[in-house]
Structure formats: C-alpha cells, structure tokens
Design a protein around this ligand. Structure first.
Ligand SMILES: [Fe+2]
Length: 140
C-alpha cells in the first residue's frame, strides 16, 4: 500500500464548511498517529496512546452526530446507508483494544491507521462528498 500521509487534498472538499472543518480535524488526529508511527512509537507514553483513542472516540461521536443532523434536516435520500457506515466505523473506534495498544503500540497504531485511511477513501471521499452535493443542490 502506498504511503498515505494526512495531507488534505481537494477531492475531499465537500463544499460544506462545517463538514470540511470537522474532516480537517480528523486529519489532525491522523497526523498525530502518523507521527507516532514514524518514530516507531519509541518512548511513547501510555497516556499519549489513550489521548489519541479518546480523541478518535470523541470525534466520531460529535462528527457523525453533526452529519446525521444535517442529513435529517435536509431529507437526504441516502441517509439510512450513510448512517449504517457511520455505525460500522464508530463500532470499530469504540472497540479499539487499549490494553493491546499499550502493549504493542507500533503494530496496533499501524492497524488503526489502515482503518482510518480506508475510511478516508471509501467514506469521506465517496459518501460524504455525494451527500454534501445532494444537500447543496436542495438548498439552492
Ligand atoms: Fe459521513
């Protein structure tokens, strides 16, 4: 797999200011994970790892809530499917095994990064962009 770094790119822009701003926040968390991987987690403190998991859990909670509110308000046609994808990713994030992460941070963080990366390409670039386009079209 190519070496993905969390640099924002224009194909991710949904055109919705709030969603884009929150997606950039997700990239910031991604970059923190990336930095730990680059240093092979040498000298990483358990607290740093817990902070990252906490940030990810908080993020999926408020960000998915935001998007789902927007979709409901606008009567988005793909709501059910979109929420299903959110639930799957949220479940993954909520079930990150913190003791396993503390025991083997490098291996576990690399696995988390792969999940985030596939979320970026499958959901954010696909579903989120599609949803925002339909909503913007309705608002016009
Ligand atoms: Fe979404």
């Amino acid at each position: 797999m190519f070496d993905f770094t969390f640099d924002w790119f224009k194909e991710l822009e949904t055109g919705d200011e709030l969603i884009d701003q929150q997606h950039k926040e997700f990239f910031r968390i991604g970059r923190n994970i990336e930095q730990l991987i680059v240093r092979k987690c040498i000298g990483v403190q358990e607290q740093e790892l817990l902070d990252i998991v906490c940030e990810l859990r908080e993020y999926v909670s408020y960000h998915f809530y935001s998007e789902e509110s927007i979709m409901r308000q606008q009567g988005y046609s793909g709501y059910v499917h979109h929420v299903k994808e959110h639930l799957k990713f949220k479940k993954y994030v909520m079930e990150i095994d913190c003791p396993a992460l503390a025991k083997n941070p490098y291996k576990e963080l690399k696995a988390i990064k792969v999940m985030i990366q596939s979320w970026v390409f499958s959901h954010m670039m696909g579903e989120d962009v599609k949803m925002a386009k339909e909503i913007q079209h309705k608002v016009k």
